[in-house]
Design a protein around this ligand. Structure first.
Ligand code: ARG
Length: 466
């Protein structure tokens, strides 16, 4: 097998070295992008009269045949040809003869591989944006169902204040919307066309880079050839965006696992997204949530791999860069799968009817409302806090709680307490009082729902749509 670069070599490549340097086993998934890039490059070479129209057409015809071979599973990859670029070029030569050699005019694999990854990530990034949107919509439906469901909100995993379940779910939608924005922003920097940078210096051929960019729907051509062939910031940004997304999913998954426990017993996942135990017949385990939580770890790993790969790497192209692909591909696969599974899991889940008295286990969820009540009566908040703290301590000592304490007991602690305090510390009233913008009162939660609904209805503008 003759290598395209064999001219200056006298000895064959060591067999183990051949295996070691080959990336075709994983970069073959870029075939459609590699071919699309080659077709555009070839069209440009023809238009600029760097090659004849006849040769250009011949090459493009050959490339289209190769695409069909890939799609029908007939294309045979060869390790000895290293990567997707040389496998395709070799096949092109088999199909159309030596004219195939003209395709690589004014091009290097260095700008070619950057192009391929950009085209690939552009598509995958758009898909991730859509998958996030689908999940946000599912959560919005769920939030709408629960604008009257009160749950305890937690800080330090201790019951803190009553909130609406809808409000809690909407918090996750906020995170997802930021993830969507981050991805859209990353797509702007992915959508830049590196071809024409060649090995590192650019090319002496009178190519038209803007034309190639237009053919491939890129917003612009890269501005510095050295940077273009050695930059992987765009892939790191992509993976860091996904890492943050997975972190969000892992937080939600952790809560789902908790909510499914018999201690919480708030949520029931569908049989379709849970598994049993091989020994304990009663078990129904929230595996989907646990796995997504776990997979966030490997995505972080991919991000750290890429950052470490790029650390201290001198300009311009270095073969180290070939190691970028597996972490990128794994990040794409893992996040898309996680988003889809999460969506199915939460869509088919059922929140249980939770009796309020069972929620307020400590009976102190509205202690802050009691302090607010006193503060509204003119007691300085710090003092109000102290009085309420004493009330809580009294309840703990006497085995009671704020829901069953008597006015007499309250008056013994502070003369500021009146009968109307009991209205103030009802769970429902506590929630409805948080009527500040962004607060948990139903009115505010409904406003949040309306705002998000509008946002999700906006038609997305694809980064590379014409
Ligand atoms: N397979 C290589 C990669 O993924 C393509 C670029 C090779 N360039 C080179 N000068 N050897 O990075």
């Amino acid at each position: 097998m003759k290598k395209p670069w064999s001219g200056r070599f006298k000895k064959p490549t060591d067999i183990l070295m051949e295996k070691f340097s080959a990336s075709i086993s994983f970069d073959r998934r870029l075939y459609a992008y590699d071919i699309a890039g080659s077709i555009a490059h070839c069209q440009m070479l023809g238009k600029c009269k760097i090659i004849t129209q006849t040769d250009s057409k011949k090459i493009i015809g050959g490339l289209k045949r190769i695409l069909k071979e890939f799609e029908s599973g007939k294309f045979e990859c060869d390790d000895r040809l290293e990567d997707i670029h040389m496998n395709i070029e070799n096949r092109l030569t088999e199909l159309i003869g030596s004219v195939a050699g003209k395709l690589h005019t004014a091009r290097s694999r260095n700008d070619q591989v950057s192009l391929d990854i950009r085209l690939y990530l552009r598509d995958e990034g758009e898909e991730v944006v859509q998958l996030i949107k689908i999940l946000a919509k599912t959560l919005l439906v769920l939030a709408r169902k629960h604008t009257n469901t009160i749950i305890p909100g937690f800080t330090h995993m201790q019951q803190a204040q009553p909130i609406l379940l809808a409000h809690h779910l909407l918090a996750y939608i906020e995170m997802l919307l930021r993830d969507q924005e981050r991805m859209k922003d990353a797509l702007k920097r992915i959508n830049i066309m590196p071809l024409g940078s060649a090995a590192l210096a650019g090319t002496g051929f009178p190519i038209d880079r803007k034309y190639t960019a237009k053919l491939l729907n890129f917003s612009e051509a890269s501005h510095n050839s050295i940077d273009a062939v050695s930059d992987r910031d765009f892939a790191i940004e992509f993976c860091s965006t996904i890492a943050i997304l997975m972190m969000h999913l892992s937080r939600f998954c952790e809560e789902i696992v908790l909510w499914c426990s018999s201690e919480f017993d708030w949520l029931e996942l569908s049989d379709s997204y849970t598994t049993g135990s091989s020994i304990m017949p009663q078990k129904k385990n929230p595996d989907a949530a646990e796995l997504i939580r776990g997979k966030s770890g490997r995505v972080y790993g991919n991000l750290v791999s890429l950052l470490t790969l790029m650390k201290s790497l001198p300009l311009a192209y270095n073969k180290d860069l070939q190691e970028d692909k597996e972490p990128i591909f794994d990040t794409v696969d893992t996040s898309k799968m996680s988003l889809s599974i999460f969506n199915g899991m939460i869509k088919s889940a059922r929140f249980k009817k939770i009796p309020l008295h069972r929620l307020d286990i400590s009976g102190f969820l509205t202690a802050t409302d009691m302090a607010d009540y006193l503060a509204e009566k003119g007691v300085p908040f710090r003092m109000a806090h102290e009085i309420t703290g004493k009330t809580v301590a009294h309840c703990i000592e006497s085995g009671g709680n704020l829901q069953n304490i008597t006015l007499k007991e309250l008056k013994n602690i502070s003369a500021y307490f009146e009968k109307d305090v009991f209205e103030h510390i009802k769970l429902e009233n506590s929630v409805q009082k948080k009527n500040v913008y962004g607060g948990t009162a139903k009115k505010q939660v409904e406003a949040q729902i309306a705002r998000i609904d509008k946002k999700l209805k906006n038609k997305p503008k694809l980064s590379h749509s014409k």
